[in-house]
Design a protein around this ligand. Structure first.
Ligand code: SF4
Length: 305
């Protein structure tokens, strides 16, 4: 068996920053520090931070007054920020700067009386946070069919934003439908799908040409990890999303001679290392190599802590 590792894979700059925010807050303020929702969508990251004293909650009301409350990388609505102030919480915002940029565009579009179309997955925390920056009309669409049903105030005054972790290919279809329906639609200066999502999808597309099967390391609720699995499958390569090597099912790898491995933007590299070690223990692995790919050098500064 040959193993080829995708490049880039795993942690992105926004995830690194969010995890560093929690670690730094634990160091400065001592445990417990509270985090509203999962800081990033990865079960291992959450468990590791819980062991250090982070407490993950689903509601601000579960955080004791005066405590440190960290907002996750996915971002939160204005209403959540205001509620945190009312509750007397000391907040630290770990929202990825690229998500904050989308928030600013939503506010701006509404300010100039545009309807905002958010292309994204309904119910995802990032989409809820993004919609929560609207002061006017906002609509979430997840499929080209939904574009046809949109009811807007003035068809010549519509702008769109997207969730940062969408499939590039699916989003292109959505944009075609939106431009057909609203030829004057206002587009962001460049796509909101972030560099990390885009680089990881491109790498999987390339990797698909060289392997028989792809394992995507990531949690089931991680949007960008699910998109990586879909990219492989769209390229006719069987792909499985696994949280760790223990989830590999009997028979998956029996016929595969070349296995590709990637990891979602919220999956730590040690899981990839453990997966490779598991493959070595259970199969005759001849070579392990990393494909050529983009070097990501972007690094985001921490917010004041
Ligand atoms: Fe930020 Fe993109 Fe990473 Fe999300 S996937 S945290 S938007 S860099």
């Amino acid at each position: 068996m040959e193993v080829i590792l995708a490049r880039p894979r795993g942690f992105c700059a926004g995830v690194n920053r969010a995890i560093n925010v929690v670690n730094k807050a634990l160091e400065v303020y001592q445990p417990p520090v509270y985090v509203l929702h999962e800081i990033v969508h990865n079960t291992h990251v959450i468990r590791e931070l819980e062991e250090k004293g982070a407490v993950f909650v689903e509601q601000l009301e579960d955080i004791p007054k005066g405590s440190i409350a960290i907002f996750s990388a996915h971002g939160v609505s204005q209403a959540v920020k205001e509620r945190a102030n009312e509750l007397g919480l000391r907040t630290i915002n770990a929202t990825c700067p690229l998500v904050s940029k989308v928030h600013r565009r939503v506010s701006l579009l509404n300010k100039i009386n545009y309807d905002v179309v958010v292309i994204g997955h309904k119910g995802h925390p990032e989409v809820e946070g993004t919609c929560g920056h609207a002061s006017g009309s906002v609509h979430v669409v997840s499929s080209p069919d939904e574009v046809q049903c949109l009811q807007v105030n003035t068809p010549s005054r519509v702008g769109y934003v997207t969730q940062t972790t969408l499939s590039i290919d699916d989003t292109a279809e959505m944009l075609k439908a939106l431009r057909r329906r609203f030829p004057e639609i206002s587009a962001p200066s460049r796509t909101d799908i972030c560099f990390a999502t885009s680089n990881r999808q491109t790498a999987v597309r390339e990797l698909s040409k060289a392997v028989d099967l792809i394992l995507v390391v990531g949690s089931k609720n991680s949007s960008n990890s699910n998109r990586l699995r879909e990219v492989a499958q769209k390229n006719n390569i069987p792909a499985h999303l696994i949280d760790h090597a223990g989830e590999i099912e009997r028979g998956w790898l029996d016929k595969a001679r070349r296995i590709g491995i990637t990891a979602g933007a919220s999956a730590p590299e040690h899981l990839v290392t453990e997966l490779v070690a598991w493959l070595r223990e259970n199969y005759k692995v001849r070579t392990v190599r990393e494909m050529d790919g983009v070097d990501e050098t972007i690094c985001f500064q921490l917010p004041p802590i």
